[in-house]
Design a binder for this molecule. Structure first.
Ligand code: 6PG
Length: 251
C-alpha cells in the first residue's frame, strides 16, 4: 500500500505525493473500512461521489488483488446530475465505466439515481430508496461510508454555496442546481451526510489547496463553504489529499 508522506490527527489528514498514490492508498483503505464494518453488519451501504477524482480511485480498486465482498456492499450516490446515465456528465455513467463494468457486484446492490427522471420526482423516489435500505441512527438513515469530493467553491455532493439551506433540509434528498450552468442535480442533504458513520474526503489538485486550507484551518471564507459543515454526529471524517491540494495547509 502506498504510504502517505505526512499525516495528522484531529482531523485525520493523510497526504500523498500525487493523485495516483492517493488513489492506491484509498483503494486499500476502502476495502479495509468495508471489511471492518462488515465484522458486525450483514451489509455496508456506501454513497459514492461523482466528478473526476473517483476515476483514479476506481481504476486502482479494480486492480487490487484483495477484493471487497461486493455481494455485501450496496452502492448509492451522494449526488447525480439530472442527465441520462449514458450522458458524459453522468456520475453513474462514470462509475459504470471505471468500476461497475470491472467488478462482480449483484445488480440489486447498485442503487442508481435516475438522472433522466423529473428532478422533483427523483428526489422523492431516491429518498424512499435510501429510507428503505439504510439502518437508522438518530431516527435518520445512516450510510456506513460516504465518499465526498470538494469543489473549488467549497461545494460537496451537490450542496453549493448559494444553496446552503440543503445542509439542514428535513428531506433525505433534494433537487439542487449548479450555480453557473444551472444544471439540475439530485443530492443527499447535509444532515444525512452528517448522520453517516465514516466520511472520506478525497481531494487532489492545486486548485483545491485554498479551499482545503480554509476549511481545515477555519480561516478565510470557510463559513461560506458547504464542505466546512460536514461534521459527523456519530462518526469520523478522514481526509485523503495529494500534496498539491494540501499545499496551503501550513500557510
Ligand atoms: C459532482 C460531485 C462533486 C465533486 C466535486 C469534486 O457530481 O460533481 O459529486 O461534489 O465531488 O465537484 O470534483 P472533482 O473530483 O472532479 O474535483
Amino acid at each position: 500500500m502506498m504510504d502517505y508522506i505526512v499525516s495528522y490527527k484531529n482531523p485525520d489528514i493523510r497526504i500523498f505525493n500525487d493523485v495516483n498514490n492517493l488513489a492506491e492508498a484509498f483503494s486499500s483503505e476502502f476495502i479495509s473500512e468495508a471489511n471492518r464494518q462488515l465484522q458486525n453488519k450483514e451489509r455496508v451501504n456506501i454513497a459514492l461521489s461523482g466528478g473526476n477524482t473517483p476515476k483514479f480511485i476506481f481504476q486502482k480498486l479494480v486492480l487490487l488483488k484483495e477484493k471487497p465482498e461486493w455481494g455485501k456492499i450496496f452502492l448509492f450516490w451522494g449526488d447525480e446530475r439530472c442527465v441520462s446515465s449514458d450522458d458524459p456528465e453522468s456520475n453513474f455513467g462514470m462509475t459504470k465505466k471505471y468500476l461497475l463494468d470491472h467488478i462482480k457486484i449483484p445488480s440489486e446492490n447498485i442503487k442508481r439515481i435516475r438522472g433522466e427522471n423529473d428532478p422533483a420526482d427523483e428526489a422523492k423516489r431516491y429518498s424512499e430508496i435510501i429510507r428503505q435500505n439504510l439502518p437508522k441512527i438518530n431516527g435518520l438513515p445512516s450510510f456506513e461510508i460516504i465518499i465526498l469530493g470538494i469543489g473549488e467553491d467549497g461545494h460537496t455532493a451537490s450542496i453549493f454555496p448559494d444553496q446552503m439551506g440543503l445542509l439542514n433540509l428535513d428531506e433525505i434528498c433534494s433537487v439542487a442546481a449548479h450555480p453557473v450552468t444551472r444544471q439540475k442535480r439530485i443530492t443527499i442533504t447535509g444532515h444525512i451526510i452528517n448522520n453517516s458513520r465514516k466520511i472520506f474526503f478525497l481531494v487532489a489538485g492545486k486548485n483545491k489547496s485554498l479551499v482545503v486550507a480554509d476549511i481545515i484551518n477555519e480561516k478565510g471564507d470557510y463559513l461560506k463553504y458547504p464542505a466546512y459543515y460536514i461534521k459527523l454526529f456519530n462518526g469520523e471524517v478522514v481526509w485523503f489529499l495529494d500534496k498539491e491540494a494540501a499545499s496551503a495547509l501550513n500557510n
